[in-house]
Ligand binder design. Structure first.
Ligand code: FPP
Length: 245
């Protein structure tokens, strides 16, 4: 018998990732394994998400961005798109009560004009209602695409060049950053993707430049607060050099 029990690694609260990005993948496979419709996987995924945001907030993480619906997800069958949209609407409505009670600030990032009027209205309401909070900021990436986000920033800057407000040669990285959906937020330090896939899928292409990537085979509905803690412990064990030595 071992004389000493191996000490469990603990999270160092001084070195938390400031911003965590999450690609919540595997809802469909989770449902299939159980002989359930894909919608059941998305519903279980929404439940898992609530617990993860609560945990991240309790740990003291300042920002979390979750990929809820990409600009490419419209290609899914209409019934699945409709289900995801209704789930998002419910989530935003409930978040006013539940997550706001936990002091979460909710923001939606992505292009809104393609969303239904009802969802656009609810986003405004939820963002306003939770803006008084000062806990974790949760960005819900909804009809979001990283390339579209950067393209928009370029369009704004091109307009300024055309109007003579700035010269093209003066454009800085900060100018691009200031025109992203996440302007004023720190870069993503830790990117988590579930379900064994190891791709970015057009998620936060600018903001993940120096992110540590953490992958797990677990399907998103099975991802638990303990998995989040493990991802943070692993993040803290890595040496980040940002291009230096
Ligand atoms: C990817 O799994 C997941 C999505 C496209 C949707 C993510 C949505 C949720 C977790 C729930 C709703 C979110 C909110 C904010 C309420 P997949 O369907 O591609 O899974 P698969 O690869 O196994 O088919």
């Amino acid at each position: 018998m071992a004389l000493f029990k191996k000490k469990q690694a603990e999270i160092d609260p001084e070195r938390l990732p400031k911003h965590i990005g999450v690609i919540m993948d595997g809802n469909g496979r989770w449902a299939k394994k159980r002989g359930l419709p894909r919608s059941a996987g998305h519903s279980a995924g929404a439940d898992a998400l609530k617990k993860i945001v609560t945990e991240a907030n309790n740990l003291g993480v300042k920002y979390i961005t979750v990929y809820a619906f990409s600009t490419e997800n419209w290609k899914r069958p209409e019934a699945e798109v409709n289900y995801l949209m209704s789930l998002l609407l419910d989530y935003l409505k409930n978040a006013e009560k539940t997550l706001s009670g936990e002091n979460v600030v909710i923001r939606c990032i992505g292009s809104r004009k393609e969303l239904s009027d009802e969802i656009q209205e609810q986003i405004k309401k939820t963002e306003k209602f939770t803006s008084k909070n000062d806990g974790i900021v949760m960005n819900i990436a909804l009809n979001y695409g990283g390339r579209e986000e950067i393209t928009n920033a370029v369009k704004v800057l091109a307009g300024k060049v055309k109007d003579g407000e700035i010269s093209a040669g003066e454009i800085t990285e900060a100018d691009i950053e200031n025109n992203l959906y996440t302007s004023s937020q720190p870069d993503v330090d830790l990117l988590i993707r579930t379900s064994g896939e190891q791709r970015l899928s057009n998620f936060m292409l600018w903001q993940v430049s120096y992110a540590e990537m953490w992958f797990t085979d677990k399907l998103w509905p099975d991802f638990k607060p303990a998995d989040l803690r493990q991802a943070i412990i692993d993040f803290q064990s890595r040496g980040r050099r940002f291009g230096g030595v």
